[in-house]
Design a protein around this ligand. Structure first.
Ligand SMILES: Nc1ncnc2c1ncn2[C@@H]1O[C@H](COP(=O)(O)OP(=O)(O)OP(=O)(O)O)[C@@H](O)[C@H]1O
Length: 404
């Protein structure tokens, strides 16, 4: 019996592998896998034939690796495998080792073979027949090609073969980093963290931006956003968070403008701050957690008046979602318990109970006329706190000191 070498085979969707971007795509995935596996002991992580192979020192490492891989976008599925040499006898032995470790199939079984090594002397159906006969002879289990109770998978690469019995679905999506960077406007609420998750799943690196009115209101939203960023940082190497106090700017807006339009003006201020940060960060779009008609500030008219303050595209991944759908996703991705903590929304300071629901761009621009908008953006930005590096080391006190 050969020594069992446990190797986790990580697979990506075929479609993502097409074209000239493939090597780069795989390198980004490799970086993200290494990030997800930090602190977990494993022997080696390498790329082979459009897969990532993680060699473990011991099968005992598997449960931790399995848990971490479920956080890595771009992973279609993965399996714990036994590595074998290329000769069919060695692949048989590896199947034997797998049967010894896991026991016989729970009922019927089939073998599925796939060759990236097209020079291999046997074609896939021949490999399947050979190994199927071997398993049958060893265990007596019957073959069922249509609806087997267990499928053994064999992947023949150029320098080794890998056999496995369980395929675990990954989160799918694209590796974080292949789609470019966005700035996400992040409150402490339920929606924006879900918007962050959605954008990361489509391959975007995110810089989070939180605006707050501390010390005019409590600091809870800042604490929540730092915690949310730490939680979401599991998916992205190099998470970034920028915290900007806008209480002073809001006060100046409140002095110079009618109450009904202030929420729209606060949002336009946030958009401009986001655009300034996007420029510094090399981000190509601004993202919000807005969903149409959810609250009074999210009517089509107001979204238009708010969006007109900036030139960058504004992406709203949740625009067509119901609150229940967003909440269900927030629970699934683990941000709901953090978002649930009550906080003070900075957009409610100095505003009436019934703000306008149908602002026009002209009204917003006219209301801003007495204000030096550029100076408001710059003075707010000057007080920002930037968090980079390992989110586990981020300290809320830095942002509070910056705003005091
Ligand atoms: N203090 C803030 N800092 C940065 N962005 C914010 C802030 N408040 C709101 N936003 C952005 O505006 C969007 C709409 O916020 P609003 O408070 O109107 O709705 P919401 O449904 O409560 O959203 P959320 O659940 O994300 O707070 C948020 O999803 C977020 O993208």
């Amino acid at each position: 019996m050969p020594e069992i070498r446990p190797v986790v085979v990580v697979r990506v969707h075929e479609v993502a592998l097409k074209g000239r971007n493939r090597p780069w795509f795989m390198r980004v995935l490799r970086r993200n896998l290494a990030h997800a596996l930090r602190g977990v002991p494993y022997q080696d992580l390498k790329l082979r034939s459009g897969r990532a192979l993680i060699t473990l020192n011991d099968v005992a490492e598997w449960s931790q690796v399995r848990e971490r891989l479920s956080q890595v976008f771009g992973v279609a599925n993965f399996s714990l495998t036994v590595e074998a040499g290329l000769p069919i006898e060695e692949i048989r032995e590896a199947i034997g080792a797998l049967l010894e470790a896991e026991g016989p199939p729970p009922g019927t079984f089939r073998v599925r073979a796939k060759r990236s090594n097209k020079d291999y002397p046997l074609i896939s159906p021949e490999i399947e027949r050979d190994l199927g006969a071997y398993i049958q002879q060893r265990t007596g289990a019957p073959v069922d090609l249509r609806r087997p109770d267990r499928t053994y998978r064999v992947e023949v690469l150029h320098d080794a073969a890998y056999v496995s019995s369980e395929t675990i679905p990954g989160p799918g999506g694209l590796p974080v980093g292949v789609s470019g960077r966005v700035v996400v406007l992040m409150s402490g609420g339920f929606d924006s963290p879900v918007a962050v998750y959605r954008m990361m799943k489509r391959g975007c690196e995110v810089t989070l931006l939180h605006c707050h009115a501390y010390p005019f209101v409590r600091s809870t939203s800042i604490e929540k956003v730092v915690e949310l960023a730490q939680h979401l940082g599991r998916h992205q190497p190099g998470m970034r968070l920028v915290i900007v106090p806008i209480g002073q700017a809001q006060r100046q807006i409140a002095i110079a403008t009618e109450p009904e339009i202030r929420v729209v003006l606060y949002r336009r201020l946030m958009m401009r701050i986001a655009e300034a940060i996007a420029e510094r960060e090399g981000a190509k779009a601004i993202v919000t957690g807005e969903s149409l008609g959810q609250v009074s500030s999210q009517t089509l008219d107001n979204l238009r008046a708010i969006g007109a303050a900036v030139k960058l595209p504004i992406l709203r991944p949740l625009i067509g979602f119901d609150k229940e759908e967003i909440l269900a996703e927030a629970k699934r991705i683990g941000t709901e318990p953090i978002s649930r903590v009550p906080d003070d929304d900075c957009c409610t300071v100095f505003v009436p109970r019934h703000p306008t629901t149908h602002a026009t761009i002209e009204e917003a621009e006219a209301a801003e006329e007495p204000l030096d908008v550029k100076a408001l953006v710059e003075s707010s930005l000057a007080q920002r706190t930037e968090y980079r590096g390992d989110p586990a080391k981020w300290n809320v006190m830095d942002a509070l000191a910056g705003a005091a």
